[in-house]
Design a protein around this ligand. Structure first.
Ligand SMILES: Nc1ncnc2c1ncn2[C@@H]1O[C@H](COP(=O)(O)OP(=O)(O)OP(=O)(O)O)[C@@H](O)[C@H]1O
Ligand SMILES: [Mg+2]
Length: 237
């Protein structure tokens, strides 16, 4: 697989063209950021670990019929994915109140949310990703009402699958962020699903097993990431 021109360099990943117009290479770099880029570091092997975890979770979702951009994991930190026209939304699914939800609203961290809460933010760093609602999403012509229903439906199905999977590993899936895109008119899941994009708590101890370890300097980030990746990827070849 030929690595072509750099199409986009984000805060943690880079996207490259390939010889096939419908396929891009996604590089998971070792960079980690938090607080809108206010905290930045490079953690050796992080890219590789997150690429493996993402691949593993995309495979799991695809086995359950979820449409995703995932094609294959290449050596090290590269993933071949369908080239998507990204939808500028961050679709967040919450099963337990935490983070900004408890900061912004009167609900204690750790409060279970049943049914799960979907929050959709406008993905625009310069505007600090403001929260949207259904009417705004339609007024801004980001999605049609039918597409929005589809996005919500996929997000909830992904939640059920991942919640069950993590539960079987002794982990609570507190919340996570998804990004969607379109290829040939079809909406599918893109980007990544990793410890950078999920909030995971050890069921027994309540310990954070995700980027909060980095955000709030709770310990050795890579030790935690490696430990979680080990569990997620166990049973894979
Ligand atoms: N299948 C895909 N095709 C094209 N672009 C994709 C695909 N999947 C994800 N992307 C985009 O690739 C970029 C990945 O880079 P990265 O996540 O590092 O940056 P970012 O999202 O701009 O910043 P951040 O996530 O740190 O706010 C994102 O813009 C994401 O929307
Ligand atoms: Mg991103």
């Amino acid at each position: 697989m030929q690595k072509g021109d750099l199409l986009y360099e984000g805060k943690a990943k880079s996207v490259y063209r390939t010889e096939n117009e419908g396929v891009v290479l996604m590089e998971f770099r070792d960079d980690i950021t938090a607080f809108d880029g206010g905290k930045k570091d490079s953690l050796e092997t992080k890219g590789c670990v997150n690429a493996r975890v993402s691949a593993s979770l995309f495979r799991l979702l695809m086995e359950h019929g979820i449409p995703t951009h995932f094609i294959e994991l290449l050596q090290d930190r590269f993933m071949r994915v369908r080239a998507l026209n990204m939808i500028p939304l961050e679709v967040i699914v919450r099963n337990v109140a935490a983070g900004s939800m408890s900061r912004n609203y009167p609900i204690a961290e750790g409060t279970p949310l049943n049914p799960p809460v979907i929050v959709i933010d406008y993905k625009d760093d310069s505007r600090h990703d403001p929260m949207l609602n259904d009417d705004l999403i339609i007024a801004l012509k980001i999605l049609t009402p039918e597409e929005l229903t589809r996005v919500r439906d996929i997000a909830l199905r992904v939640n059920s699958i991942l919640m069950q999977f993590f539960s079987s590993l002794g982990i609570t899936l507190v919340d996570f962020k998804l990004e969607f895109g379109k290829a040939d008119g079809e909406i599918m899941l893109g980007d990544e699903i990793s410890m950078d994009s999920m909030r995971l708590w050890d069921k027994r101890t309540g310990e954070s097993l995700d980027k909060d370890v980095y955000r709030f300097s709770k310990g050795d980030v890579m030790e935690v990431y490696r430990r979680v990746a080990e569990k997620i990827c166990a049973g894979e070849g």
